[in-house]
Design a protein around this ligand. Structure first.
Ligand code: AMP
Length: 287
């Protein structure tokens, strides 16, 4: 029997000039390039982004950078999982071409003073409860896009507000990179895959799929144009009964502007952020 092909080596790129040199050589050879930005602790959700990228482009670079500026002072930056060698092994298995692994000094050299902020889209949902978060995300993603200048960059719908913020920033700043969203990858019981799921205790893991069940229930209730408020109140109560708290938001919003909706008349999304014990979970579904 022929042995399965051994996983290809993943090129490790540590700084901007190594990244640009590699992308330049690929382009000279007529190859297209996709970038998948991540914070590592990779799971099947990240790998789905890589596979989508491979369908669109000849070469795929995955960046792994736990970005300090998108974490608040009381958030989990210091305990965020860092498992680089496991990540590289997964990338080799899926056949990614390169991992871009900048350190903090590469991304934020001494004297760094520029921030990208996106108005409007960041005013609701995660914006008010995570002050500075989206500025941190928009700034680091803008840098990654300009550093790599890929043809395409892919982001998960799991972080739907983040996806819209990135689309807006790239459009507004004329960043010459196409942005593509990829549907959320879930466990069989509906829980969206997340690097933070590993924080959940056995009991919390058992309760966690309620978040997806509630989203689906709200989506079904408001689909025909019924008022959103009663469905949201019922959903919030169901989350609290399952042990979630605080529920930071449960909202039906316009899929484009993310403005809250009293009734659904066009493309819309149901979005939630809630704590389960010490772990903050977010999720969303289309209506
Ligand atoms: P993170 O490492 O959490 O910053 O995520 C990196 C990228 O993977 C982001 O674009 C996320 O939206 C995406 N992502 C995370 N979890 C999932 C998932 N379960 N399904 C699809 N994409 C995901």
């Amino acid at each position: 029997m022929t042995p399965p092909p051994s996983p290809s080596a993943v090129l490790r790129l540590g700084d901007v000039s190594a990244l640009r040199g590699r992308v330049r050589d690929w382009r000279r050879a007529g190859e297209t390039v996709a970038l998948v930005p991540t914070m590592g602790a990779l799971h099947e959700g990240h790998l789905a982004l890589v596979r989508h990228a491979q369908e669109r482009c000849r070469r795929v670079i995955v960046s792994i950078f736990v970005n300090p500026t998108q974490f608040g002072p009381n958030e989990d930056f210091s305990r965020y999982p860092r498992v680089l060698e496991d990540d590289i092994a997964l990338l080799a298995e899926v056949g990614a071409d390169a991992a871009y692994l900048p350190d903090v000094a590469t991304m934020y050299p001494p004297g760094f003073a520029t921030t990208v902020t996106v108005a409007g889209l960041t005013e609701g949902l995660c914006g008010p409860v995570r002050p500075g978060h989206f500025a941190g995300v928009a700034t680091v993603v803008t840098k990654l896009l300009l550093q790599a200048l890929p043809d395409l960059a892919l982001f998960g719908e799991k972080d739907f507000q983040q996806l819209q913020v990135i689309r807006r920033a790239a459009r507004d700043l004329d960043v010459p990179v196409a942005i593509e969203g990829v549907p959320t990858v879930r466990e069989a019981d509906g829980l969206a895959l997340s690097s933070r799921n590993r924080y959940l205790s056995t009991e919390e893991r058992h309760a966690a799929p309620t978040i997806h069940a509630v989203l689906q229930r709200v989506a079904a209730a408001v689909r025909g144009g019924a008022a959103t408020a009663p469905a949201l109140a019922e959903g919030r109560a169901a989350l609290e009964a399952a042990g979630f708290g605080p529920v930071q938001y449960l909202s039906v919003a316009d899929a484009e502007s993310l403005a809250p909706l009293e009734r659904v008349e066009g493309p819309a999304r149901v979005l939630v952020a809630a704590y389960l014990g010490r772990t903050r979970l977010i999720d969303n579904v289309a209506v």
